[in-house]
Design a protein around this ligand. Sequence first.
Ligand SMILES: Cc1cc2nc3c(=O)[nH]c(=O)nc-3n(C[C@H](O)[C@H](O)[C@H](O)COP(=O)(O)OP(=O)(O)OC[C@H]3O[C@@H](n4cnc5c(N)ncnc54)[C@H](O)[C@@H]3O)c2cc1C
Length: 588
Amino acid sequence: MPPRSSTLWLATAFTAAALACAGCASHPPPRPLQADVIVVGAGIAGLAAALQAADGGARVVVVDSNSVGGGHAMLASGFSLVGTPLQQKLGYHDDVERAVRDILAWGGDADPYWVRRYVEDSRHEVYDWLVDRGVEFAMILPNPEDSVPRFHLPRGAAARAVLPMLRGALGSPQIAFLWNHEVTGVLRGAAGITGVTVRDSRSGHQLRVDAPAVVIATGGFESNDALVREHWPGDRAVPEPLYVGSGQFATGSGLQLAVGAGATLERMDRQLVYVTGMPNPRDPAHRRGLLVLNPAAIMVDAQGRRFVNEAAPSKDIESLLLSRPQASHWLVFDEGSRAQLMIRGGPWLDRKAMEADIMANPALVSRADDIAALAVAAGLPPDALAATLDRYNGFVSAGRDADFQRFGQGTAGPPPPALKVPPFYAIKLSPMTRKSMGGIAIDHDAHALGAGGQPVRGLYAAGEATGVAGINGSHGGSGTFLGPSLLLGRIAGRTAAAEAVPLRRPDVGGAVDLPLRAPADRDPVPPEALGPRLAQEQPGFWHFTQVHRLVMERQQACASCHDATWPPGPAVTREQQLTQLASCTRCH
Ligand SMILES: Cc1cc2nc3c(=O)[nH]c(=O)nc-3n(C[C@H](O)[C@H](O)[C@H](O)COP(=O)(O)OP(=O)(O)OC[C@H]3O[C@@H](n4cnc5c(N)ncnc54)[C@H](O)[C@@H]3O)c2cc1C
């Protein structure tokens, strides 16, 4: 029989989780949970930390504000990895020195220790570790910052890498989850960290989780307008408009928690801001952005003139535009290159939805049969825009871009097609926040550092909450967030377990494999009750609402995701949560 207090530990954890449902709101507040390691955030960094800490013998409680795990990795694509079997198979000869050189050159002022450590460890600590969990890397794409292709894509994007981690954690009797719970404070005693305070966002209940180790893995702060502006790079003005291109929970709350517990922040002004955002028409507040690309288009400024080699590395275009008083510009293309338009952001934006929501929306896309009319629709000077198109098409015929060297003169590949097939299109693009490259200062074992550069005892940080430890310098690369977040998570989990498990009281047991208690069952929600529920935005139901608005729009049957083990209602038991995971790749 497992020792009594560990039995209590898990049983209480899941009574608390059960309180997340509104029907259970009358339960008395639970007593504090006991754990060895608390992980704040169930993104790729937090999940790696939890799995690693459990491997180190720790009992782990993972707390996340969202109702589901995975974090930003659920929206991301690929991993930058070095010296992998897939690279070898495809004939890409990569090595440590080459990758270190590439990453340092791109980032400008990256942290050399972490760049080298990541490059050396990415094969074993990230690639092999994921492959061992069943992740299949399907292809590698070239990127301008890489002298050899190393941007690895799991089959079906990064969700397919993080879901097996979530599955593994849900299958571990040493790891318990509190969903829809926000950590509101980190508690500290004379000997170090003692736990956290947590708020259930559905019921409003407060509870406490006690542990001598807390890993902050709360992600970046790019959805927090005030923090973004406070730490805007350099002495430049913040551009207007500025859209939000990171997730719902990327508020930087973890940075405040860490500072409250004595940690310091660093490199906060390193922010990766994209310049090709358009407002998301499904966001009533007009704050959120979508990423727009068309490799065949030209970019013009408010005077209707080209201003850059559109095929230049993204960081050059970003630096140029963000240094200007007016960063907004227009993407101009024709019917012939319309198929190359890509809009990324909402997973619901399939081609049909894109036509209806975006291409047919004159507030977002100007369309006309000739350039003069296009210019009028877009608010650009007609003569200048017509002259720009003529000049550009002339360069295409001549095979040489005499203004910006986009093609010809030793550049690779043929010129893009001329832009002359009506109708013509113009889309106004503006800057959009995306990724944090600064955050909680850490040492080489992922201890959070205090003002004197000393570790704050019991506090650790990983992932984008650290700005992934300076690996990206001032310019973020492609794929150099997910892999470093995972690596940092593993390091933090390893250190936290090694330091916390020996502190466990001798009367408390280790791993337990209790069957989890489900709360008093609630009746499944009938299909017709869904509409009214979606009409009101309730706290703690953000993702539920995202999912089921799409379900209604697509007229999907409840039984296509829910089943007898998990009828339409909250997934409370581990079995139900595992069943729920099968539905994620329907949208992610
Ligand atoms: C659209 C998009 C595409 C991207 N594509 C790529 C890509 O292709 N390659 C790449 O390398 N990187 C990419 N990135 C960046 C990468 O996805 C992130 O840097 C990485 O996933 C961060 O992982 P994380 O675990 O540190 O944080 P997150 O994934 O942000 O997870 C943090 C978790 O903490 C929770 N949380 C926050 N505050 C609290 C609190 N107070 N209490 C409890 N829980 C809390 C959040 O709900 C969240 O689940 C992309 C980012 C975006 C936005």
